[in-house]
Design a protein around this ligand. Structure first.
Ligand SMILES: *[C@@H]1O[C@H](CO)[C@@H](O)[C@H](O)[C@H]1NC(C)=O
Ligand SMILES: *[C@@H]1O[C@H](CO)[C@@H](O)[C@H](O)[C@H]1NC(C)=O
Ligand SMILES: *[C@@H]1O[C@H](CO)[C@@H](O)[C@H](O)[C@H]1NC(C)=O
Ligand SMILES: *[C@@H]1O[C@H](CO)[C@@H](O)[C@H](O)[C@H]1NC(C)=O
Ligand SMILES: [Zn+2]
Length: 967
């Protein structure tokens, strides 16, 4: 799935609500095998039919029957499916939206068995299942009994004889499901067009919801060919993975409908299937012989909002064909923007689904950041067409390789599509630094999990986190760099060719990379790819490398944000890594990689002899580790920053700030040394270092915005930001234009939002004036890049009038990216009653879409005025939120992290522990780990404040005195 998925991930809440002690719930299912099959195959029975067989004995103790295991037995292998589905876009007389379907699956028996287990979740079977043999001369046994095992999500069929090894059988079923608005499986999305409600039927199968659309062997290694047919109203468009083959008008249940049959898919995994019925419009072009289409709501297509995506898709596909040395494996590439979609995007093979904000671009509404998100998400999803779809990891425990890979190469694809943007630099901010924060906790986890530890759908969902995406991307980038890109892609191509249309495990990739290394005598590694990578993949965390420039001594140590926290994981590699170190001395890059293979080593070249010499390691932060130095070298680096910051690469200036702040939090260096790295910012104009500094200062805001440190801190930061603010004011002719460069556009936003945040009068006047002009004239002339920050500041400064205006604009917005900016800005108010009312809105899906509920609450919690309101709200509503929003639409981990990130007092810690105790019955779903991490983080925040508050206050005051004295 697309990046940002871990920001709002769904979960299989069903199994968690049932809890451990629950008696296995067995829903009886109609099966009367003697009963005749319905005479007309097109006739779908609307309600339960037939009688009910008695389920097998249910016992309170968990039994060890095959259907109580979450993994399929290895006895049957699906070959092909015929699936016909008919989603109803209007409710039935009882108000329920449903779909009906029938399917035949042909499977091969590879081990004699008298049992068929096939995944099925929330489907009602309306007719008897029937089993037939494909091979003449072999008779299929008949179905003795059948039932649904809801805990493990199976349709269980017990046979009166054996299926015989090496023979093929077909299983036919007919079923009904709810087309719910739960964002999982086959679901419905709703929107209004000219005041008319429209319904789209669409799917999100990954990871385990294909079984909610039709009975299937729902594991990634159970690849098969799918013949899909959709029945839909005349005038609507049906889409699926394959090409539309035939469309015919048919009369079913006295309704004139259309039947669209799609060509057979390639051999593929169930989680990559997609079925969509809508009345969307499209635009198209071709890349070589591949048909490329962008689908969206008709007004969005008419407004040209799909054009940017269409322009970029062909070139990105072409880029990946070159990168992988492998032709795009399908005849078409459809991409569709959906009004309701939980993840950022989903890489269904040949029919990629997106949130509207991730695909639709409109020059007059979209910021450069919206545009960048579109091009990177498209690149991410297209990268999966090969890595993930053509070759699929065997089981979900290797998800990190699939998502980490796409999250790395999305930068390469996007860079190719927008070569002037320097997008590749941003991986350091967006992935490396971001995941360092999580991976430095004792409660982190290794990239790789054992296959047997990942069983339940909730465990699978929990893997879609920052570690899988961002750490995966970071270590693969490191690997590609030390192998060199040529060797990396050579190994990759050979891996893809070997496992095409099949499955692999992560060590298969290492093997093929090793072969490429062995074929290229130029690549010197200190150990095998497998042994090097195991140190990064099998143990959690990362090292801090310490370089002593007096002795040339280098050493490594597991970096823990809280040095007092204890690590309970097994010490398989003893928290030592095989570390590639690229480095420079006083601006001169050292020609070879220095490998650190042990706890410590001596590198004589890293000794400094001249008093002005400095050493800087981890060039461009290509390695997944932090760096610390002896105090003398830190001092010389600070002087280099002050006197000639350009002598240090931009990414490394960002690194110095980020490493220093984090080393300080881990008590490895003093906090004031970290603050010293911000002094040179009066000279800094580049985006990446500024953003790094602001990210780190955010922690200071969280810790101090309710204390006496706040005033002096604000004054110091205002002094630091004014030169940048003035720089952009001059560059843009007093804010009348927008800078040309992509990074400059970003940094202009930093300049304004930070200047306003620190209370610079000129800035708040500016934002208030712009917003007022909009309110007065009803014409929005604020540049899309600046809207988020302008809206937020104006709403914070304003009252109900500004809020109501923004709310009505939010409801009127015709493009999702504009709605998004307003939704976020509405959380900036300082009025508790407005914030409380807004919190209530999040649980009303007609006001705030379900997909946006979590992030809205988190936005409100980020506002110092909304923090405690959001926390009270979540605590008071936990059971309700968990039950109502659990099914696929709510990211509990994000919610818990978001509402507790400011926690730094004993009182808050007690509340958090109480919350954990009070709701242990209800549970925390995918937020379980996040809750423990929040407790750990709160404890460490409390300690940090105790130890640092006075020093930090003194430092800010001293800096201000110096400044006042000099000016
Ligand atoms: C499945 O669909 C294909 C293509 O429409 C057809 O040729 C085949 O006979 C169908 N198989 C079954 C078992 O219905
Ligand atoms: C499935 O059956 C259950 C129990 O009879 C019923 O509550 C539910 O509405 C049915 N779902 C559909 C889509 O028919
Ligand atoms: C491509 O778009 C054109 C213009 O809208 C349309 O006429 C044509 O049918 C489309 N082609 C395909 C293959 O969808
Ligand atoms: C798409 O490409 C066309 C042709 O190159 C260009 O005129 C148009 O401005 C592009 N549109 C967008 C939104 O990038
Ligand atoms: Zn992905």
């Amino acid at each position: 799935m697309g990046k940002g998925f871990f920001l709002s991930k769904p979960l299989g809440v069903g199994c968690m609500i049932l809890g451990t002690g629950a008696v296995a719930t067995i829903i009886a299912l109609s099966v009367v095998y003697s009963q005749e099959k319905a005479k007309n195959d097109n006739q779908v029975l609307p309600t339960d039919g037939g009688t009910t067989t008695k389920p097998p004995a249910t016992t309170a103790a968990p039994s060890n029957e095959p259907w109580d295991k979450y993994r399929l037995p290895k006895s049957l292998l699906p070959q092909q499916y015929n699936v016909t589905l008919w989603p109803r876009l209007r409710p039935d007389p009882t108000g329920l939206y449903i779909f009906t379907g029938e399917t035949t699956v042909e499977f091969k028996c590879v081990e004699d068995t008298d049992l068929i287990l096939i995944h099925s979740n929330k489907l009602n079977y309306t007719d008897s299942a029937s089993l037939t043999s494909v091979d003449s001369g072999v008779k299929a046994p008949s179905i003795k009994s059948s039932f649904l095992q809801s805990e493990t999500q199976y349709l269980v069929l017990q046979l009166d004889g054996k299926l015989v090894k090496d023979h093929m059988y077909q299983l036919y079923t007919k079923f009904t499901g709810e087309l719910a608005d739960d964002l999982g499986g086959f679901y419905r999305s709703e929107y209004y067009e000219d005041g008319v409600k429209k319904v789209v039927a669409t799917t999100q199968m990954q990871p385990t919801d294909a079984r909610k659309a039709f009975p299937c062997f729902d594991e990634p290694a159970m690849k098969a060919v799918f013949h899909i047919t959709l029945i839909h109203d005349i005038g609507t468009v049906a889409l699926s993975n394959g090409e539309q083959k035939e469309t015919s008008s048919v009369l079913i249940e006295s309704q004139n409908v259309q039947k669209t049959a799609f060509g057979p898919t390639e051999k593929m995994s169930t989680y990559l299937l997609a079925f969509i019925v809508s009345d969307f419009a499209q635009i198209n072009n071709t890349m070589d012989d591949v048909l490329i289409r962008i689908f969206a709501r008709k007004p969005a297509i008419d407004a040209g909002q799909g054009q940017y995506a269409l322009n970029k898709t062909g070139p990105i596909l072409k880029f990946f064909e070159g990168y992988y040395s492998s032709k795009y494996p399908l005849p078409k590439s459809d991409q569709i923007a959906l009004p309701d979609f939980n993840a950022g995007a989903m890489e269904n093979w040949g029919l990629i689904t997106y949130r509207e904000t991730a695909l639709l671009y409109d020059e007059s509404f979209s910021s450069n950041s919206n545009k960048e998100r579109i091009v990177t998400i498209i690149a991410h999803e297209l990268a999966h067409m090969w890595f993930g779809n053509l070759v699929t990891l065997r089981w979900w425990n290797d998800l990190w390789l699939n998502e980490g890979f796409a999250s790395y190469v999305e930068y390469l694809g996007a860079d190719n599509a927008e070569p002037d943007w320097n997008i590749k630099d941003l991986i350091v901010l967006n992935d490396v630094h971001r995941v360092f924060a999580v991976d430095a906790l004792a409660s982190s986890h290794p990239l790789s999990s054992k296959e047997e530890d990942i069983q339940r759908p909730a465990q699978i969902s929990e893997l879609f986190d920052a570690i899988s995406y961002s750490k995966g991307a970071s270590v693969l980038r490191m690997l590609s760099d030390f192998l060199t890109e040529g060797v990396f892609t050579q190994g990759l191509t050979s891996y893809l060719n070997t496992f095409a249309f099949g499955n692999a495990v992560y060590t298969d990739l290492w093997e093929h990379l090793q072969m490429a290394v062995d074929n290229n005598t130029g690549t010197q590694l200190p150990d095998s790819v497998n042994n090097i990578m195991n140190t990064w993949v099998l143990q959690m965390g990362f090292p801090v490398v310490t370089i002593d420039t007096q002795t040339g001594g280098i050493s490594q140590k597991h970096f823990l944000l809280d040095p007092d926290s204890t690590v309970t994981e097994k010490l398989e590699f003893n928290y030592e890594w095989i570390v590639p170190i690229k480095w420079m001395k006083t601006g001169v890059i050292h020609p070879t990689i220095q490998w650190l293979k042990a706890k410590s080593d001596t590198v004589n070249e890293m000794k400094t002899s001249e008093p002005s010499d400095w050493v800087l390691a981890n060039l461009n932060v290509l390695g997944y580790y932090r760096v610390n130095y002896d105090q003398g070298n830190w001092d010389r680096l600070l002087i280099a920053l002050r006197d000639n910051h350009i002598s240090i690469p931009g990414i490394n200036r960002a690194q110095l700030v980020d490493d220093a702040f984090n080393l300080a939090r881990a008590k490895i260096i003093p906090t004031v040394l970290a603050l010293e790295t911000t002094k040179y910012l009066t000279e800094e104009r580049d985006y990446v270092p500024w953003k790094s500094a602001l990210n780190n200062l955010d922690f200071f805001y969280l810790m101090f915005d309710r204390s006496e440190v706040y005033g002096p801190m604000q004054n110091y930061l205002m002094k630091q930001i004014i030169p940048l603010f003035t720089y952009y004011k001059n560059m843009t002719g007093n804010w009348s234009t927008i800078p040309a460069g992509h990074m400059d556009q970003y940094n202009q936003v930093n300049a304004i939002s930070m200047a306003c945040r620190t209370g610079l009068e000129e800035c708040s006047t500016l934002t208030k004036t712009w917003f007022k002009q909009w309110m007065d004239t009803n014409k929005n002339q604020i540049h899309p890049n600046l809207r988020s920050t302008v809206y937020c500041n104006a709403i914070a400064a304003g009252g109900a009038k500004e809020w109501e205006f923004a709310w009505s604009e939010f409801q009127k917005a015709t493009i999702a990216s504009e709605a998004e900016k307003l939704r976020s800005a509405l959380s900036c108010s300082k009025q508790p009653w407005l914030l409380n009312r807004y919190l209530e809105y999040t649980l009303n899906s007609t006001l705030i879409r379900k997909q946006d509920a979590t992030s809205t609450i988190v936005y409100i919690a980020s506002n110092v005025a909304g923090q405690s309101l959001a926390w009270d709200f979540v605590r008071a509503r936990w059971t309700y939120i968990f039950n109502e929003y659990g099914g696929g639409s709510f990211s509990f981990s994000n919610l818990i992290n978001g509402v507790t990130k400011r926690f730094s007092t004993e009182y808050e810690l007690q509340q958090l522990k109480q919350f954990k105790a009070d709701n242990s019955e209800v549970g925390f779903g995918s937020g379980t780990l996040a809750l423990d991490q929040s407790i750990e983080r709160t404890i460490s925040n409390i300690k940090w404040i105790t130890e640092n508050k006075q020093n930090v206050l003194n430092w800010f005051k001293a800096e201000l005195k110096l400044y006042e004295a000099s000016s």
